[in-house]
Design a protein around this ligand. Structure first.
Ligand SMILES: NC(=O)c1ccc[n+]([C@@H]2O[C@H](COP(=O)([O-])OP(=O)(O)OC[C@H]3O[C@@H](n4cnc5c(N)ncnc54)[C@H](O)[C@@H]3O)[C@@H](O)[C@H]2O)c1
Length: 282
């Protein structure tokens, strides 16, 4: 089996993760807050963080824990599920306070919640612009700010990982606003890293290419509409175009997400790491 087609990893969603022995755990007793972690990449990373000994506050929009998060709670893993909308800075600030009261000071933020939309440039309206910037930029920035404030107040080192995208590295004719929001994530990552370096807080980003999640089902449907394709056709095409030969799976992001949260990356800040099967080259 080629490396590109290796499948099951210890963070597969089939069963509850088993934390590695404390001695080996790379996030032993760290408290991580993860947004948009009710599914997709965020959920895979929450599972990986739990496996590495972290306590997790998992945030998403649904009022009750989505089924895979409930399964983790039922398995007795150290996590809390909190419903919140990242577009509401007041709610997020209160949530950070509550999370710290429940599971201790925050050490890690996986700043992941985002939405996707696209359309012909000349037809895109203010509503689409506003929707995308509200979640992907305003939500991303003020969530980061709330957690950075808490980390500074506690006087502890910390790690922030913002989810960018290859879309933030270049324009795309049909995807102007989403691309711009992800370029903003890369820029805020750099500025925040410089502002927080004196506090011992590192700020980095991850830039995936194409990852098979609920978001991509939506992306595929939109490309089908605008490029007159059959459902599923775009997914197959983008997977084939990846140098490693396939779309990413949520688990493929976990190694980088653990690395950037852990002390192994203690001398890494202000970076946006491509985790994209080589997509940036194609
Ligand atoms: N899937 C990809 O191909 C891909 C590629 C590059 C970058 N990314 C980025 O990776 C991150 C995760 O993407 P994914 O594919 O797992 O997406 P997803 O849609 O599967 O998951 C995103 C989660 O964010 C939540 N969310 C949306 N709006 C929110 C809000 N206002 N407040 C709180 N939560 C909210 C959703 O409910 C959802 O659970 C995103 O930042 C995305 O832009 C994804």
């Amino acid at each position: 089996m080629s490396q590109a087609h290796a499948t099951a990893t210890s963070t597969s969603t089939a069963s509850a993760p088993t934390p590695v022995p404390a001695h080996y755990a790379r996030l032993h007793q760290r408290h991580a807050l993860l947004t948009g972690a009710g599914g997709g990449i965020g959920l895979a990373v929450a599972r990986a963080y739990l496996e590495q000994g972290a306590r997790c506050t998992v945030v998403d929009l649904a009022p009750r824990a989505p089924e895979p998060v409930q399964a983790l709670l039922d398995a007795g893993l150290p996590l809390r599920y909190r419903a919140a909308d990242v577009r509401d800075p007041g709610a997020i600030a209160a949530l950070v306070e509550q999370a710290e009261a429940e599971l201790g000071p925050l050490d890690v933020l996986f700043n992941n919640a985002a939405i996707f939309d696209m359309g012909p440039l000349l037809e895109s309206d203010e509503a689409m612009y506003q929707r995308l910037f509200d979640v992907n930029v305003k939500g991303m920035f003020f969530t980061m700010q709330a957690v950075l404030r808490a980390m500074c107040r506690a006087g502890r080192p910390g790690a922030v990982i913002n989810m960018a995208s290859q879309a933030g590295r270049r324009g795309e004719a049909l995807v102007a606003h989403y691309c711009a929001t992800k370029a903003a994530v890369i820029s805020y990552t750099q500025s925040a890293a410089l502002a927080m370096a004196p506090h011992g807080i590192r700020v980095n980003a991850i830039s995936p290419g194409v990852v098979d999640t609920p978001m991509w089902d939506h992306v595929d449907a939109l490309f089908a509409r605008y490029e007159h394709l059959q459902p599923g056709e775009k997914k197959i095409a983008v997977g084939r175009a990846v140098p490693l030969g396939r779309m990413g799976r949520p688990d493929d992001l976990c190694g980088a997400a653990v690395f950037l949260a852990s002390d192994e990356s203690r001398y890494v800040t202000a970076q946006t790491l491509n985790v994209d099967g080589g997509n940036v080259m194609s």
